[in-house]
Ligand binder design. Sequence first.
Ligand SMILES: [Fe+2]
Ligand SMILES: [Fe+2]
Ligand SMILES: [Fe+2]
Length: 491
Amino acid sequence: MAPNSFNNDDPESWQPALETAMLVVSMLGERDNRLRAHCERVANRSASFAEAFGLFNDDERLSFYLSGLLHDTGYIAAPEGLFSKTQPLSDEDRLAIKKHPVTGVTILSNYRWFEAALPVVRHHHEAFDGSGWPDGKSGEAIPLGARILHLFDYFDRVTAGRREEERLTMEQAIIDIQGKAGGEFDPALIPKFVEFMQSTSGAAEDFLLKKQTVFVKQAFASILQKFSSGKLVPPAMPQIVFELRNIIKRPDSSVKDLTEVLERDPVISLRLISVAKSPVYKGQGDVKSIQAAIPRLGFKETLGVVVAIANKSLYEVKAPQFRVLLDKLWVHSLVSAYACKLIAQVLGLKDPETIFLMGLTHDVGKVVLLRAFSEIPQEERLKAEAIMPAIQEAHQSVGNMLLKRWGFGEEFTRVVALHEGSNFSDQTNKEILVVGIQLLRVGRKRSRRAAFGATAGSVVRRHAKGRRKGQGDRQGRGPPFLTRMLRLLRP
Ligand SMILES: [Fe+2]
Ligand SMILES: [Fe+2]
Ligand SMILES: [Fe+2]
């Protein structure tokens, strides 16, 4: 394989190349969506094939994957309408097809990152017996990458071609290809090709995602191990929160006691004052000081707001793609917290402020894990799709451990441990039910979300009203899960 400038372990060496390749592929997709899908399948299958048989080293394989994505780049310059033609091709069309490997190289040679991919792009239509194009190369004079790509390119064209009635099944395509061994295709590759296609049942799994999943599993196991053995230092809840909690627990605590603690942190103080000024907390006169803000909010609400402000810093990381995930998680946590409080208020549960905190901390395990991932040097390679399933699976136990270390009581750790459940009974704590209900509302499934209307409060109110009249919900149907949970929540 041609020399290349990638280093598998250094994302900076290949991230720009990958992003540029994706840009080219999406431009191809604008010309013809089927062509884009074809390039992605060819790249995924060829690179997975090379990996399965230990061809090329890790760095070269990355470059080979890019050549798969880019092999048909030359079609960007194809005449208008070539891809949707039903009539016979014109001379101009035929010329564009013949030229596409060379045109592709001309376009891609402007980018030094694609240097190693160029020979593969140029020769992906060469035949083993020398009857191919553009250069009529034969045998091992054709780069190995191009010989492999030629196979998978052909396979994809005959099994997923434009005309449905002409498509071959995988088995038919394999027989066809076996018949062309030594002619069109490198005979040494054919047995491996057949083995590969049969072992994958023809699926074209996402090569990068698969690599990442393996990497994520290893990284994840070591994070969990470090966390439970105490080697990974979890983010600290600011001291101010503990001090406030202790003061509020005392029966004789005063506004003055709280003010003394809060005034040591000007950022939190200012934010607290601005929250107290907001129209949500109605009262006489303007709030200009901590002493005025605390009574306006009440002790518990003050604590809740301080925890929310202090918590925000947990969601801050440097790596850009983790910042996006953590920002989303922050919004989710904050929305959850307010929705929980609202549900608790509507249902007249005692202590809505504590339930607010429960909503805020229910996914704290995800925060810890995302932060730990963001500190792994190779993090830029990680796609969210590869990380999130692992995080989803472990976030409850990690969150549980963290809240224990932070000194939150069992009522909190129970919510963290059980909030994703669906097995609720009349023995289940009301707090867990409230967090569970509001998660349904903000849940990822649009169908579920749609069933609950605009706000958690309106859903709960509607159900509460319906029940008073003894009717069940509107139209007597309603989501059974929600209905059951609401019944369990009835005071
Ligand atoms: Fe091609
Ligand atoms: Fe192709
Ligand atoms: Fe969760």
